[in-house]
Design a protein around this ligand. Structure first.
Ligand SMILES: NC(=O)c1ccc[n+]([C@@H]2O[C@H](COP(=O)([O-])OP(=O)(O)OC[C@H]3O[C@@H](n4cnc5c(N)ncnc54)[C@H](O)[C@@H]3O)[C@@H](O)[C@H]2O)c1
Ligand SMILES: O=C(O)[C@H](O)CO
Length: 313
């Protein structure tokens, strides 16, 4: 069995060794331009078109991340890149759920306990207790109730906040109110104090967090974008912050990455920024997952994490 590997920034050698150890019967190689030799599987992130083009014999392509919007965008521009018969898989959880939980719990509790306000008071040497939020009013609304959204919902539930989620179809998550479809979006937004975005980037979700959506949240709501920059209209968020409709935001992802130095988000006192690392691909977990999936595929089974290319995630 032959496996080809391509990632624009990961160290190929440790992935090749790690996969080789997990799949001793395989020959794993780093794909280089011009390599048209046979391959059964490909592990990729934003691959050059020529890497996958014409490889209709592939038994699977494994994206080295949870989101596949980069590959699907390439595929739209170059439909010949991936044969329709070749299944595309993505990473499901592989340690990203816990990382998202850490980020969400830290941020939400900070807002709930008004640490951002106390930080500002510290700069004014101001010793003053502020009115606490009421837990029962601090409703958390999670856009996207998939692998990561449901992990985040579970971790916030233990703090006693009302939790709701919004997805394409109804979800059964214990203690979480499910809203679904475009018809229920307004009801989901109404009463939401903290909006957490964990949607995939698709033609249906691009620009979804805009002025119109933000205006339906509670006055003084908080926004946490953990999914993709394309979901959020940054100027609309800035306008809503200036108008006091939104109290603060924490952003891990941006329309343009790295975030340009000239972006007003950098200097905004109520915007927290991290460099798209809310949940990174953990090599050991990802290799275990992919090796298991390849073994399942070899046994004639269809592993989890298959991307629905038409649906877009
Ligand atoms: N910031 C980071 O470091 C980081 C890390 C990993 C993943 N992500 C992002 O998180 C996203 C979510 O990952 P996941 O594994 O939970 O995905 P998932 O596919 O398991 O879940 C997606 C959820 O979104 C919902 N959804 C999709 N389209 C919808 C629509 N049009 N209307 C309503 N709901 C819709 C689905 O119903 C599902 O509940 C990824 O696509 C990726 O972009 C970001
Ligand atoms: O989707 C993912 O896995 C992360 O956002 C890295 O791109």
């Amino acid at each position: 069995m032959d496996i080809i590997f391509y990632h624009p920034s990961f160290k190929a050698a440790s992935w090749i060794n790690g996969l080789q150890q997990r799949l001793p019967q395989a020959t794993v190689r780093q794909w280089q331009p011009g390599d048209n030799a046979a391959a059964d599987y490909a592990l990729v992130r934003t691959p050059p078109v020529e890497m996958l083009q014409g490889r209709s014999d592939l038994k699977g392509v494994f994206a080295l991340g949870a989101g596949v919007d980069d590959i699907l965008t390439q595929l739209k521009q170059h439909p010949e890149m991936l044969s329709e018969s070749v299944p595309l898989f993505r990473l499901e959880d592989t340690g990203m759920g816990l990382q998202m939980q850490e980020y969400a719990v830290y941020t939400v509790l900070g807002w709930f306990r008004r640490f951002d306000d106390y930080q500002q008071q510290k700069q004014q040497t101001l010793w003053q207790s502020l009115k606490n939020y009421r837990r029962q009013d601090f409703t958390i609304g999670i856009l996207g109730a998939g692998v990561l959204g449901s992990n985040v919902a579970q971790s916030l539930k233990v703090w006693g906040f009302p939790i709701r989620c919004w997805s394409r179809s109804p979800k059964q998550i214990d203690g979480v109110t499910s809203y679904y479809g475009a018809d229920q979006l307004s009801d989901f937004l109404s009463g939401t104090q903290v909006l957490i975005n964990l949607l995939p980037n698709t033609p249906q979700t691009v620009g979804i967090i805009n002025r119109q959506l933000l205006s339906q949240l509670n006055s003084g709501a908080f926004v946490l974008n953990l999914a993709r920059g394309a979901h959020l209209v940054e100027e609309d968020l800035l306008a809503a912050l200036e108008a006091g409709e939104i109290k603060a935001a924490a952003l891990d992802v941006f329309v343009q990455e790295p975030l340009p130095e000239t972006s007003p988000l950098w200097s905004h006192p109520r915007v927290a920024i991290t460099p798209h690392n809310a949940a990174v691909t953990l090599p050991e977990e990802a290799m275990d997952y992919i090796a298991k999936s390849i073994q399942q595929r070899e046994a004639g089974e269809m592993p989890e994490g298959r991307v629905d290319i038409v649906r877009g995630y």
